[in-house]
Design a protein around this ligand. Structure first.
Ligand code: GDP
Length: 346
């Protein structure tokens, strides 16, 4: 599968214009795509403006991929699985992007997830693109950057997007809200394991896969599969009308990997037919809108010079019990609105 422009020399100009970015992305140029993602991750106001314009330009070409979230405890074999699964997906003629949401990556000094060195074979493939987690201050920020990165990758012609995360904190929920299909990887040795994984995460999954189903662990993995299958019966039916299954796989020898891709395709077919696929996408877009409004309001508020000037005094009044927090917040908002309207051109 050759892409127009993919063989051309990557743009090495120091500064890329908006048109350069769009042209590079649309021709599937991974160097330009990487630079565009860096732009999206930047907090500089001029970069934010350019990134917003770039997203607008890319949106009409986005949305056509299958977005798959993958989670599991550290050591379950996520990167090995993505390597093996990814190579299979490429063999089916697809182009694959692997992204990651790891809100701890800043603390751990560097990205744990999505690191190319964890997927050595996949990273050599021309039709694969691997990007580590953005290192943000908040999960909200990291999630937003990843959502925007999905748009860019889709505009660059990647039709399968994998978003990897790890079973800590709220990151699964964030990833669930940006993908079509959510895969939970498990280890053989069910009983204890099931308790280690939060019930909510199992409930979010569209497929459970017991990895490392090879060698001595195959029997254990089969037993785990049966136990998880029983556990799944305890959950209420999904809105998608899809019944999650439990698969066995081995990222090491490839066992079960193609079946998991088949499950993804079956899910897409069923939920396209019953309308859940587009419904979920719309609901995700709606939720992001509200999230974005909240973030922008918060930013507007806390970055306002008027608020910053008034805050210490009002805060002290509240802390000393002279002013209720309700009234204080209302006063601050009135102040913000006043300062904004006085800035408006006459
Ligand atoms: P991650 O932390 O979830 O990304 O896990 P890794 O992919 O780094 O795998 C952790 C360890 O498990 C590594 O030593 C892998 O070689 C091993 N591993 C991963 N998948 C399998 C598998 O299917 N079978 C076996 N036997 N080992 C595996």
């Amino acid at each position: 599968m050759s892409e127009p422009g993919r063989t051309s020399r990557p743009l090495i100009k120091k500064t890329l214009t908006l048109d350069d970015y769009v042209a590079g992305i649309r021709s599937g140029d991974r160097v330009v795509l990487s630079r565009a993602i860096t732009l999206i991750e930047s907090t500089r106001p001029d970069h934010r403006d350019l990134a917003a314009a770039l997203l607008e330009r890319c949106l009409p070409f986005a949305g056509q991929s299958v977005r798959i979230g993958i989670t599991g405890s550290p050591g379950v074999g996520k990167s090995s699985f993505i390597e093996s699964f990814g190579l299979h997906v490429l063999s089916q003629g697809h182009r694959l992007a692997v992204l990651a949401v790891d809100p701890s990556s800043k603390l751990s000094k560097g990205s744990i997830l999505g690191d190319k060195t964890r997927m050595p074979q996949l990273s050599l493939q021309e039709n694969a693109f691997i990007r580590p987690s953005p290192a943000g201050d908040s999960l909200g920020g990291v999630a937003r950057q990843t959502r925007e990165t999905i748009v860019l990758c889709e505009a660059a012609g990647f039709d399968v997007i994998v978003v990897e995360t790890v079973g800590v904190g709220q990151s699964e929920t964030a990833v669930r809200s940006m993908v079509d299909f959510f895969l939970l990887l498990l280890l053989p040795g069910a009983g204890d394991e099931l308790q280690g994984i939060k019930r909510g995460i199992v409930e979010m999954a569209d497929l459970l896969a017991v990895n490392k189903a090879d060698g001595d662990r195959l029997t254990l993995a089969r037993r785990a599969k049966a136990e998880y299958q029983l556990a799944l019966h305890l959950f209420p039916p999904k809105k998608s009308q899809w019944s999650p299954k439990v698969s066995l796989c081995s990222a090491l020898n490839g066992y079960g990997i193609s079946d998991i891709w088949q499950e993804v395709l079956l899910y897409r077919q069923q939920t396209m037919q019953n309308g859940y696929w587009p419904h979920q996408r719309s609901e995700q877009l709606r939720a992001w809108l509200y999230e974005e409004i909240e973030q922008q309001l918060r930013q507007l508020f806390f970055e306002s010079p008027a608020i910053q000037a008034a805050m210490p005094g009002i805060e002290a009044s509240v802390v000393e019990g002279r002013l209720s927090s309700y009234k204080a917040a209302a006063e601050l908002l009135t102040l913000l609105i006043g300062s904004l309207s006085s800035k408006e051109p006459h």
